[in-house]
Design a protein around this ligand. Structure first.
Ligand code: UDP
Length: 478
């Protein structure tokens, strides 16, 4: 119920119906989320939308809270628990669907956080597949840590992860405060442990990853869950996927954006290749006012051209008008910087040739979008599985320098300057990171190729086919 989940779900629906036009998909969610998908999906005849009744206020949530984008942590966990109230409505919907389609096989694909959907699949004897919108490594760590709470067994700063090779260690600082405080009886543990265990009873998992991009993560996820895992990524926003498939330039509608796309592209056109740093913390996160000030000072010290999608700092209303005192005087007002308020056309920005680095919270969609364009990352993970993503980007892929970790990080302008200079550098580590990111970008593009010049089929296309083959094998159940 966050943008980072909704986007890969719609993208998956599109990939499936295009791969097999006889498939019909119903996307099920709460009324406002369904409303928000109407325009995006109106031109896909095989994808329909269905809203289940949901009254946020009944669950002690602010009115109309149907996704986590603007919720406080207390409300976020309340919304998670409240999502279980959809179960009887979903049960009724599946019963109706089964009566309508009779002998056609049905499969429920649900977010790994909605394990309760497995109980409905079991009840009707139909297939169920969990969908992790994250990467394989991040998902494997996330599952293992929530299920085993390893930090409860030790006082050490650094410790192993159950089901992982011994040499892979995690630090307390990787764990979000909710997880650090979790003891198995708190609201977060109760929700995640139950939903993850249910999800592990699925017939398989779909993962927003690519076989050759995350070999270790996929090996661990398969080994630790014991179910088939189909890496059918990259499941990126729809217009982004179009451009990967067709090789055409991008043109979003820019409706939500805080800047007209043309203006943004014009600004980027005026900059040298790989010279611009793009800064954004995703769809849900903001940083504190002092952090924002230090970050801005550090960026300014480097004289690196930048585009920053800037939001009011923590503690301010997200709709609050931008205040100049949040950043150093004159910041972003000269030719060297572009501040975009609220929401930016991230897809188009990352695809522009002048963008050479991404300062990101390491949300998985942002990671895939960046790497698919060969753009190295400066990581500042803030929550969820983002710090595990950053760990993998640094240790396994060598495409990231972690600048800070967690919402409470102390940010120092001098340190910011150093890291940016390394990553944006034309030589040494920066150059090597860019080379590696370029290689991964090539792998990502190859993975979605269906009939390349060499007749090779991409691994993502093959994985999707394997998943559809699995669905067909379930036919005899009906
Ligand atoms: N996004 C965007 N413009 C913004 C912020 C985010 O287009 O100003 C998109 C971004 O391209 C990505 C998604 O929102 O597809 C964010 O997902 P991610 O997994 O990176 O982070 P989350 O928002 O879930 O923390």
């Amino acid at each position: 119920m966050a943008q980072g989940h909704m986007i890969p779900f719609t993208s998956l629906a599109k990939r499936i119906t295009e791969s097999n036009p006889s498939m019909k998909i119903t996307i099920v969610n709460t009324p406002l989320n369904i409303q928000s998908l109407k325009t995006t999906l109106s031109s896909f005849p095989n994808i329909s939308l269905s809203a289940l009744p949901f009254d946020a206020a009944r669950h002690g949530l602010p009115p109309n809270s149907e996704n986590t984008d603007t919720l406080t942590p207390v409300h976020t966990v309340r919304l998670f628990h409240a999502s279980q109230s959809l179960q009887p409505h979903f049960h009724a919907l599946i019963a109706k669907l089964i009566a309508t389609v009779r002998k056609t096989p049905i499969c429920i694909i649900s977010d790994v956080f909605f394990g309760w959907a497995v109980e409905i699949a079991e009840c009707f004897g139909i297939a169920h597949v969990g969908f992790s919108t994250g990467g394989a490594y991040g998902t494997a760590v996330y599952f293992s840590i929530w299920m085993n709470l390893p930090h409860r067994r030790t006082d050490a700063e650094e410790f192993g992860i159950d089901g992982f090779p011994e040499e892979i260690k995690i630090c307390r600082s990787h764990l979000h405060p909710n997880l650090l405080a979790a003891d198995g009886s708190d609201d977060w543990s109760v929700f995640f442990q139950k939903q993850i265990s249910l999800t592990l009873k699925s017939d398989g998992l779909i993962c927003n990853s690519i076989e050759e991009v995350e070999p270790l993560g996929l090996q661990l996820l398969r080994q630790n869950t014991g179910v088939p895992v189909w890496p059918v990524g990259p499941l990126l926003p729809l217009q982004w996927l179009e451009s990967l498939f067709s090789g055409s330039g991008l043109r979003g509608d820019g409706k939500k954006s805080g800047i007209e796309i043309e203006k943004c592209m014009e600004w980027l056109d005026s900059k040298a290749e790989d010279s611009v740093l793009y800064i954004s913390f995703g769809s849900q996160n903001t940083i504190s006012a002092p952090q924002m000030m230090e970050l801005a000072k550090g960026v300014e010290f480097t004289k690196t051209p930048f585009v920053w999608v800037i939001r009011p700092p923590m503690g301010f209303d997200l709709g609050e008008k931008f205040r100049p005192e949040w950043v150093p005087e004159g910041f972003g007002e000269n030719k060297n910087g572009l501040l975009i308020h609220g929401w930016g056309p991230q897809l188009e920005i990352l695809q522009h040739r002048s963008v050479g680095g991404f300062l990101s919270h390491c949300g998985w969609n942002s990671v895939l979008e960046s790497l698919s364009q060969g753009v190295p990352i400066i990581g500042w993970p803030l929550r969820a599985e983002q710090s595990y993503n950053a760990k993998m980007l640094v240790e396994e892929m060598g495409v990231c320098v972690e600048m800070a970790r967690g919402a409470g990080s102390r940010i120092d302008a001098g340190e910011v300057e150093k890291v940016i200079k390394v990553v944006m550098g034309r030589e040494g580590k920066g150059q090597e990171m860019r080379r590696r990111a370029g290689e991964i970008g090539e792998k990502i593009r190859r993975s979605v190729r269906d009939d390349g010049e060499d007749g090779q089929r991409g691994s993502s296309v093959v994985a999707l086919e394997a998943f559809l083959g699995f669905l067909m094998s379930k036919r005899e159940l009906h």
